[in-house]
Design a protein around this ligand. Structure first.
Ligand code: ADP
Length: 366
């Protein structure tokens, strides 16, 4: 029968366990043997006890846990052909030629390369006597399906990536905490959130957390933004708002592509408005904690879809990514999604988010 391996790789994200559980149980339910690889590509390269056959109960009691119970890692060896040769050897020895990769764009790019090289790797391993003819014959091609685990929501082809919704929950909890203390002291806060080159978390936190201003990489502010930001904030304070909140995405830039930093915003608010301004950098708190209901649900649906995709394959199939579009689970060409840059407009139309943000600022104009 067919064998499948599943692993998590790259940065962890809440919901990865739910995806892992769905893959394992859907495979067993379908009569397929399933192996979990510990520590991502590192486990694939090292083999041995890192590659373990999972049973129904192996994934009991993990659905609600943050992070990934099978571990994740960055792996230099897998970037080299020699490492991928070892990984192929470890898989074929166990009769595995179906992979479900749960990771970010780096992990999925690595998987794509691995598939491309597969035939050559197996030929080399057979020649060197590390694999037998019949072992190679059984695993002639490699089928891969990717699920996107990333709190940044930075992938094309899917409305949401696994972990984004939970990260947003963490951010909003922090915003609510900061808001009450800020209002008590009439302070201003600059909150720095993750997202790398994607402003999704900052933008949505701005709407859900009622920020005065949001800075994101995709839409640099016009020159002179310092004064317009201060003007708006001052107007709100005059109208009775007792605190101010500016959210900065870690990748935010100005119109000349220079980084906009939390320190810079604090200094501006202090110098121009005389506000007592504090910075909070949320950091890895955003990647921690329990997955939200939404993340548990999409991860479970995506995990099941990944197994179904592999089972329905008659022979070799091009690499696929599982995404969600309008609450429908989709199978997409993996590298099309990985190589395209996600525009913020795919998450939400410009005019909508501008309006949503300005709902707060309007009060002083009444
Ligand atoms: P993420 O998957 O979250 O984007 P990384 O970019 O760190 O995280 O990728 C995770 C791992 O995937 C890397 O440590 C490496 O082992 C593997 N990987 C990433 N890019 C490549 C690549 N171009 N070729 C081979 N392996 C890669």
């Amino acid at each position: 029968g067919r064998c499948l391996a599943v692993f998590t790789s790259g940065g962890d994200a809440q919901g990865m366990n739910s995806a892992l559980r769905a893959v394992v149980r859907m495979a067993i339910f379908s009569g397929v043997r399933v192996f979990a690889v510990r520590e991502g590509y590192k486990g694939l390269v090292e083999g041995g006890k890192h590659i373990e056959e999972f049973r129904w109960a192996s994934v009991s009691n993990i659905l609600h846990k943050g992070g990934t119970v099978v571990g994740t890692a960055r792996c230099k060896e897998f970037r080299e052909r020699e490492g991928r040769l070892k990984a192929a050897e470890n898989l074929v020895q166990r009769g595995i030629n179906n992979l479900v990769v749960i990771g970010g764009d780096g992990s999925l790019t690595g998987a794509n390369l691995f598939k491309k090289e597969w035939e050559g790797l197996l030929a080399e391993l057979e020649e060197a006597g590390r694999l037998t003819r019949s072992q190679v014959e059984k695993c002639k091609y490699l089928n891969i399906v990717g699920l996107v685990g990333s709190i940044d929501n930075d992938m094309c082809g899917t409305d949401m990536t696994i972990g984004t919704d939970s990260a947003l929950h963490r951010i909003i909890e922090a915003v609510d905490c900061l808001t009450s203390t800020a209002a008590s002291h009439q302070r201003s806060f600059v909150l720095e959130v993750m997202g790398r080159h994607c402003g999704y978390l900052a933008l949505m936190a701005g709407i859900a957390g009622c920020a005065d201003a949001v800075f994101i990489p995709e839409r640099p502010p016009n020159p002179g933004w310092e004064d317009s930001m201060c003007y708006q904030i001052a107007q709100c304070r005059d109208a009775g708002r007792r605190h101010s909140l500016v959210i900065v995405s870690e990748g935010a830039v100005d119109s000349e592509n220079r980084p906009i930093t939390s320190e810079q915003i604090r200094d501006i608010l202090q110098a121009k408005l005389g506000h007592d301004t504090r910075i909070t950098v949320l950091g890895h708190v955003q990647r921690g904690g329990k997955p939200s209901a939404y993340d548990r649900i999409i991860s479970a649906r995506m995990g099941a879809a990944a197994v179904i995709t592999l089972l329905n394959a008659e022979g070799e199939i091009p690499p696929k990514m599982i995404g969600v579009q309008g609450n429908v689970i989709m199978q997409l060409p993996l590298m099309d999604c990985v190589t395209k840059t996600r525009a913020i407009d795919t998450a939400m139309k410009t005019c909508e988010f501008k309006q949503a943000l300005e709902l707060r600022g309007r009060s002083f104009k009444r």
